[in-house]
Design a protein around this ligand. Structure first.
Ligand SMILES: NC(=O)c1ccc[n+]([C@@H]2O[C@H](COP(=O)([O-])OP(=O)(O)OC[C@H]3O[C@@H](n4cnc5c(N)ncnc54)[C@H](OP(=O)(O)O)[C@@H]3O)[C@@H](O)[C@H]2O)c1
Length: 261
């Protein structure tokens, strides 16, 4: 299968750890030029060192808080200067805080909106002039909550659906430019975020994190958490020429966890 990712330019957002880092590594292995970004320059420098020699492509980094529009502009400029025109935009962000409805005030809702939905809108807007030139890919990272809400994660449950609505609309609007727009929804992939949420649940229920993890694995037909590399390979496929007739779709990577049809 020809992925044809070598020599393409990918901006992978929120890539200092977890899913974003795994996606950046996978693309780097394929020879893609990769721009890493998150708020933490030291972590980005470290990730660059780790993945630099995986493939022939160039790896750069630039620190950016994606809730700040002026920083997104600077990120795009830096990507163009260092790597050239963007072919692949992977939208990703940190998760919103966990909690149920009565925990959150307007400011919490506004913050989650800016981090988990508006940042994707702004990143698409900023990358669009590049993507329109020769076509490209927009891949949005969301959550299994796009299919079934996760108890205690009301902010995620709400804004991830906005990401799907955005992607579905963009898939149609941008199809004439051969820009394909898809959403990838992780179930439970073993990252710091998932460990943190399991610990939070354990504390609330007076259990250990291991007990929570074991119970959680029982709800996954494959009987385990996914690893970030398995998730990243799916994103790399959607970023590649191999997915040339796939747009507007939402793909779960969840080991069979979500039962909705
Ligand atoms: N792992 C899963 O199974 C799973 C399941 C469902 C949904 N998700 C969602 O998928 C996304 C990635 O998950 P993950 O597990 O990789 O999370 P993670 O390990 O917590 O990583 C989050 C990343 O987001 C970056 N980030 C946070 N706020 C940012 C900001 N304002 N500007 C720029 N970068 C920012 C962090 O970097 P810095 O701290 O360096 O800025 C970090 O690189 C999250 O939204 C998560 O909720 C994950």
């Amino acid at each position: 299968m020809e992925l044809n990712l070598a020599g393409k330019v990918a901006l992978v957002v929120a890539s200092s750890q977890g899913l974003g880092k795994a996606i950046a590594s996978e693309l780097a292995k394929e020879g893609t030029h990769v721009m890493l970004t998150s708020r933490n320059e030291d972590k980005l420098q470290q990730v660059k060192e780790e993945i630099n020699s995986l493939g022939e492509g160039k790896v750069s980094y630039f620190s950016c808080d994606i809730t700040k529009p002026e920083e997104i502009q600077a990120l795009l400029q830096k990507t163009n200067q260092e790597l050239g025109k963007i072919d692949i935009l992977v939208n990703n962000a940190g998760g919103p805080p966990g909690g149920t409805f009565e925990k959150f005030n307007d400011e919490d809702w506004q913050n989650a909106f800016e981090l988990n939905l508006l940042s994707y809108v702004r990143l698409v807007r900023a990358a669009l002039p590049d993507l329109k030139k020769e076509g490209g890919r927009i891949i949005n990272i969301a959550s299994s909550s796009i299919k079934t809400p996760i108890p205690g994660l009301i902010l995620s449950n709400t804004f991830r659906l906005g990401v799907v609505g955005l992607a579905k609309s963009l898939a149609e609007e941008l199809a004439p430019y051969n820009i394909l727009v898809n959403t990838v929804a992780p179930g439970r992939i073993a990252t710091d975020r998932v460990a943190f949420l399991d610990q939070m649940k354990a504390d609330n229920q007076g259990k250990t994190r291991e007990e929570i993890e074991e119970a959680s694995k029982k709800s996954i037909p494959l009987g385990r958490y996914g690893n970030p590399e398995e998730f990243a390979k799916v994103v790399a496929f959607l970023a590649s020429d191999a997915s040339s007739f796939v747009t507007g779709t939402s793909l779960l990577v969840d080991g069979g966890m979500v039962k909705a049809i």
